[in-house]
Design a protein around this ligand. Structure first.
Ligand SMILES: Nc1ncnc2c1ncn2[C@@H]1O[C@H](COP(=O)(O)OP(=O)(O)O)[C@@H](O)[C@H]1O
Ligand SMILES: O=C(O)[C@H](O)[C@@H](O)[C@H](O)[C@H](O)COP(=O)(O)O
Length: 209
């Protein structure tokens, strides 16, 4: 079990369109609701969401932190290269670390397709020491190409178009949990966001600290 005093940084990753934002947001809301029902603090807004004063978890949408040049590249259908990604990943790692001093759980959506990207995130967060009271979890949401492609063609107003999905699958390096601590592939199939979020929570619950 994760110790109560441990702050968690939970990355939700995978290819474009796999559901990072959807699951990241739902996971954050679920953790906030759990915390407010445990504390008996029922400060909810009209939509039933936890209010700021009760929040123990925060969501960071990784796409919001891309430099403009990256957004323009992707919007023009040009896949990013490693050199476009290092600075973005480092910023996200630093931001997550910073937020973890304020929140019990920091949830970050970030594709982190390659092992080297995940290594950089872990290194940025922990520096030299992993014994720093911050536990990093990484989840790579996985679904069949066609399922994601179809969803992306229906998604409106996003800079990333479905045609970019091929290059995302080419870059994708799925994790092997025996080699990457606390890094898990989550098979999404046709599961609903609620079911996927429960899977993620269950994995964290059963992981040892
Ligand atoms: N489990 C799911 N079942 C059905 N549709 C989903 C599911 N997860 C996400 N979606 C839909 O798929 C699209 C892509 O999801 P999104 O969260 O934006 O992915 P990402 O952040 O990984 O690019 C959105 O239109 C979203 O509503
Ligand atoms: O919502 C999406 O479609 C994705 O999140 C998408 O925006 C993309 O995956 C990365 O943010 C770009 O970076 P990568 O090329 O490193 O995935």
């Amino acid at each position: 079990m994760v110790q109560q005093s441990t702050h968690r940084i939970i990355f939700v990753g995978g290819t474009a369109g796999c559901g990072k934002s959807t699951i990241g947001e739902l996971l954050t809301e679920t953790l906030n609701s759990q915390a407010s029902s445990i504390s008996g603090d029922d400060n909810k807004d009209k939509a039933g969401k936890s209010t700021d004063s009760t929040k123990t978890s925060v969501f960071i949408e990784g796409d919001k932190y891309h430099p403009q040049a990256n957004i323009e590249k992707m919007a023009h259908g040009i896949p990013l290269h490693d050199d476009d990604r290092w600075g973005w990943l480092e910023n996200l790692g630093n931001l997550a670390r910073q937020e973890s001093t304020k929140y019990q759980n920091v949830i970050v959506s970030c594709s982190m397709l390659k092992l080297a990207y995940r290594d950089l995130l872990r290194k940025t967060i922990h520096g030299g020491s992993e014994d720093d009271g911050v536990e990093v979890f990484m989840f790579l949401l996985y679904n069949d190409y066609q399922v994601i492609y179809d969803r992306m063609t229906k998604r409106e107003g996003h800079f990333m178009k479905a045609e970019m999905l091929k290059s995302q699958f080419t870059d994708l390096e799925l994790p092997d949990v025996t080699k990457e601590h606390n890094c898990f592939k989550v098979d999404c199939n046709e599961d609903s966001p609620d079911v996927i979020t429960s899977k993620v929570l269950k994995i964290m619950e059963s992981s040892t600290y």
